[in-house]
Design a protein around this ligand. Structure first.
Ligand SMILES: [Zn+2]
Ligand SMILES: [Zn+2]
Ligand SMILES: [Zn+2]
Length: 213
């Protein structure tokens, strides 16, 4: 999710960024120097294992190597209040993964009963563990995905037929695939199903008196 860079402006920002050398507004002053917004964003998202052995966010730079806060003296809040992990914080002091988890729980909970159907628990777990939580959040917050998951949350039971009755979409097949993968739904030959429904419709068309003339 890197934003396209604006053109640099040496007149407005005469002192270049210490990391990229370009003339942008300085948004932070760290022990290694002033940083532009782009480098600051990138630093927050740099993860790995520091030379000291610490694993987590490595915002600092020492001898061109990404370095943890403790070694570099960089002061940056990357402590998630939800899971306690070091990560880029998204909102309310929570990391992307925690926020995604909250959204998934909210969408898959039947608001009338206040609980989640047992069948949907593996789906919730799968959605929460998406590797790129920020892309996952962008995906799940699209109107059609939100609406689909809310519908599923109130479905009386989860079966292939439940899915067949919901409007056809890529979201529907993606979620069906996840539930099949987690053993909530049995494997089904989708090609065969599509053929059968096509064949049934074809028979209906033939039976239609308009086609008998
Ligand atoms: Zn920079
Ligand atoms: Zn370190
Ligand atoms: Zn978290």
């Amino acid at each position: 999710m890197s934003r396209p860079r604006k053109a640099e402006d040496p007149i407005r920002w005469p002192v270049p960024c210490n990391r990229c050398g370009q003339h942008h507004q300085t948004v932070a002053r760290w022990p290694d120097g002033g940083l532009c917004g782009y480098c600051y964003q990138q630093a927050k998202r740099t993860r790995g294992i520091c030379a000291c052995g610490h694993e987590g966010v490595l915002p600092g730079i020492i001898e061109e190597q990404p370095t943890c806060r403790r070694c570099s003296g960089v002061r940056l809040n990357v402590d998630c209040v939800g899971c306690g992990d070091e990560d880029e914080l998204y909102s309310g002091g929570r990391c992307w993964t925690c926020v995604l988890g909250d959204v998934v729980d909210d969408l898959l909970t039947n608001q009338a009963t206040g609980s989640m159907a047992d069948d949907l628990i593996p789906l919730a777990a799968a959605l929460k563990s998406m590797k790129r939580a920020n892309s996952g959040l962008t995906w799940i917050q699209q109107k059609h995905v939100t609406a689909f998951l809310r519908n599923l949350a109130v479905a009386p039971h989860i079966s292939h037929e439940t899915f067949d009755e919901l409007p056809a979409s890529r979201t529907r097949e993606y979620v069906r695939g996840l539930l099949t993968e987690h053993g909530v739904l049995p494997q089904r030959d989708e090609l065969r199903m599509r053929y059968d429904s096509w064949a049934a419709e074809a028979i209906e068309r033939v039976k239609d008196p308009q086609h008998l003339t």
